[in-house]
Design a protein around this ligand. Structure first.
Ligand SMILES: CC(C)(COP(=O)(O)OP(=O)(O)OC[C@H]1O[C@@H](n2cnc3c(N)ncnc32)[C@H](O)[C@@H]1OP(=O)(O)O)[C@@H](O)C(=O)NCCC(=O)NCCS
Length: 179
């Protein structure tokens, strides 16, 4: 019952409040409120995290947020697989994470194939990227805007395109070596 109330409060109110980086204190409080409501909805949270305006993650039971992880503006998470968002992960707007497929060989596509998604620490997901089931985005990796990621991305790789391919491997910034 309590969970249902948090769910309704999020989808009918908190989700639509201003972006957390706009309108000074109003944005700040909007972000705080979203965090407060999402905390009990998510499977597991670790300290501070952020949820940007318009993020739609279903019931939230399959979302794990590590410290300083961020769900981007208008993010859409679909499917029943667990989505783990690592420490300091950043996302641009309109990212999609799809953890389930309909069974392609079944008559009427009955049933689902579901695999978890892991976005590892310090990764950056560009605007409108699509991340498909079973993918691990490596630490400090970058997914370019509009990329469709169907295979694992290794640590420090920068991937672009559909299907996403390696553009280059990042030179490791000094600060990254700590984690
Ligand atoms: C992936 C990204 C980080 C690469 O940046 P970069 O290293 O400066 O890359 P460049 O601009 O030098 O482009 C290198 C090549 O990749 C191509 N490219 C870059 N980003 C691309 C993308 N998202 N999709 C397809 N091709 C892309 C460029 O056209 C260029 O191709 P060319 O060598 O044939 O001319 C950047 O392009 C990107 O997509 N950033 C995401 C921005 C975003 O979503 N911001 C939201 C705020 S969080």
């Amino acid at each position: 019952m309590e969970r249902t109330l948090y769910y309704l409060f999020y989808y009918f109110f908190a989700k639509n409040l201003p972006r957390s980086y706009e309108l000074g204190p109003f944005g700040k409080w909007s972000g705080r409120l979203r965090r407060l409501v999402c905390r009990p909805l998510f499977k597991d949270v670790e300290g501070f995290f952020s949820v940007e305006r318009g993020a739609d993650f279903g019931g939230g039971r399959n979302i794990i947020m590590r410290e300083y992880a961020g769900l981007g503006e208008n993010l859409r998470v679909m499917g029943t697989g667990t989505v783990t968002v690592g420490r300091h992960v950043m996302m641009g707007p309109d990212v999609m994470i799809l953890t389930s497929d309909h069974k392609a060989n079944e008559e009427g596509f009955d049933g689902y194939v579901t695999k978890d998604v892991l976005i590892d620490d310090h990764a950056w997901i560009g605007a409108r990227a699509i991340i498909l089931k079973g993918v691990r985005i490596g630490k400090h990796a970058i997914v370019g805007a509009g990329a469709v990621v169907a295979r694992h991305v290794q640590d420090h790789e920068v991937v672009i395109g559909n299907p996403a391919k390696v553009l280059r491997v990042r030179v490791q910034p000094p600060d990254d070596r700590k984690s």
